[in-house]
Ligand binder design. Structure first.
Ligand code: DGL
Length: 284
C-alpha cells in the first residue's frame, strides 16, 4: 500500500524509552497519528549483538510498514547505531519508498552545535558505544570535536524496571558521569532514549554548566522535513491520535508507559513478533 498523508507515523524502541521521542513528535507534529511499538519481550537491546539488532529492526520495520506506516522512526539508539544503513538498504531493495529516521545523527548534530569547548560526552548502552557510530557521527559533523564515551550497562534497565528514585540510582549515575567530569566535557549526549527520564539526576551530578542533549527535538524536525518532501504531512486540523503495541505484557507496558509519557496511553495491544516467539520458545 503506497504511503499517504492520513497514514500514521510509526515509532519503535526496545521499551518505553522511545516515548521521550514520541512526546517530542506529539508536540511538534500534533496533527499526525502515531503507532508506537515497544519490543519489551526482547528488552534490553543494549546487550545485544549488532547482527541481532539489525535483524530485530528489520523485522519490526517490516511489520510497521505492513500496518500502514508512512514513515518509521527508530527511537532507540542501540537499534539506530546497528541498523540504519541496513534498514535503508532493506527498504530500497524491496522498493519501499518510506523514510526511516534514526536518533544518532540528530543527537550528534545538536551536541556539536551546543558545545563551546569542543569536548562532548556520551552516555549510552554497551551496544551503542561498541558500534562506534556516535564517534563517526560527531566526526562527520565536526572532526575537531572530542567525544568521551561511557558505556552504561545498567541505566536503561533501572529506568525500564520502574525507576525507583533511590540512592542506588544516584550512585550508578555518579559512577557513569565520573569519567565525563574528569574529561571536562561541556555537553553530554543522552545516548539512550531512556536517559532523558533521569535528566534531573544527571544534571545535578554533572552540574549546571553542562548541557544535556537528547535526540527528540532534532528527530521531530527531521520527520517534518521528510514528510514535507514527499507531500505526506497530514493536512487535518484536528489533533491526531496515538496507539501502542508491545511484544511483552500489555498491562506492565501501560502502567510504565503512562508514568513516563505522563499522558493517558489508551489503546495498547500485544503484538507477537515471530522471532520474539521463537526466542522465547528456545529460552523456555
Ligand atoms: N532505548 C534503548 C536505546 O536508546 C536502550 C535500552 C535498551 O538497552 O534496550 O539504546
Amino acid at each position: 500500500m503506497p504511503p499517504s498523508p492520513e497514514h500514521p507515523v510509526a515509532v519503535f524502541d526496545s521499551g518505553v524509552g522511545g516515548l521521550t521521542v514520541l512526546h517530542e513528535l506529539l508536540v511538534s507534529l500534533p496533527a499526525e497519528d502515531y503507532l508506537y511499538l515497544g519490543d519489551t519481550a526482547r528488552f534490553p537491546y543494549g546487550d545485544r549483538t549488532q547482527d541481532e539488532l539489525r535483524a530485530f529492526a528489520i523485522e519490526i520495520a517490516d511489520h510497521l510498514v505492513q500496518t500502514g506506516a508512512k514513515l518509521v522512526v527508530v527511537a532507540c539508539n542501540s537499534a539506530s547505531a546497528a541498523a540504519m544503513p541496513a534498514l535503508e538498504r532493506h527498504f530500497e531493495d524491496a522498493s519501499i519508498q518510506i523514510d526511516v529516521i534514526g536518533v544518532l545523527r540528530p543527537a550528534a548534530q545538536l551536541a556539536v552545535v551546543a558545545s563551546h569547548t569542543g569536548r562532548v560526552g556520551l552516555l549510552a548502552t554497551p551496544a551503542t558505544v561498541a558500534s562506534g557510530e556516535y564517534a563517526r557521527a560527531i566526526a562527520a559533523a565536526d572532526p575537531h570535536v572530542h567525544l568521551e564515551s561511557v558505556a552504561c550497562p545498567d541505566l536503561a534497565r533501572i529506568i525500564q524496571g520502574g525507576f525507583p528514585f533511590d540512592q542506588q540510582v544516584v550512585d550508578t549515575v555518579r559512577e557513569y558521569c565520573a569519567p565525563l567530569l574528569t574529561a571536562g566535557v561541556d555537553t553530554v549526549i543522552l545516548g539512550s532514549t531512556h536517559y532523558p527520564l533521569c535528566a534531573p539526576i544527571l544534571q545535578r551530578t554533572l552540574g549546571r554548566g553542562v548541557t544535556l542533549v537528547s535526540a527528540g527535538a532534532g528527530v521531530a524536525r527531521s520527520v517534518e522535513r521528510a514528510l514535507a518532501a514527499r507531500d505526506l504531512l497530514n493536512p487535518q486540523t484536528r489533533e491526531g491520535d496515538y496507539r501502542f503495541q508491545c511484544t511483552g505484557d500489555v498491562e506492565s507496558f501501560r502502567a510504565l508507559g503512562t508514568r513516563f509519557l505522563q499522558m493517558p496511553l489508551g489503546d495498547v495491544t500485544h503484538h507477537e513478533l515471530s522471532s520474539a516467539a521463537a526466542a522465547q520458545a528456545v529460552g523456555a
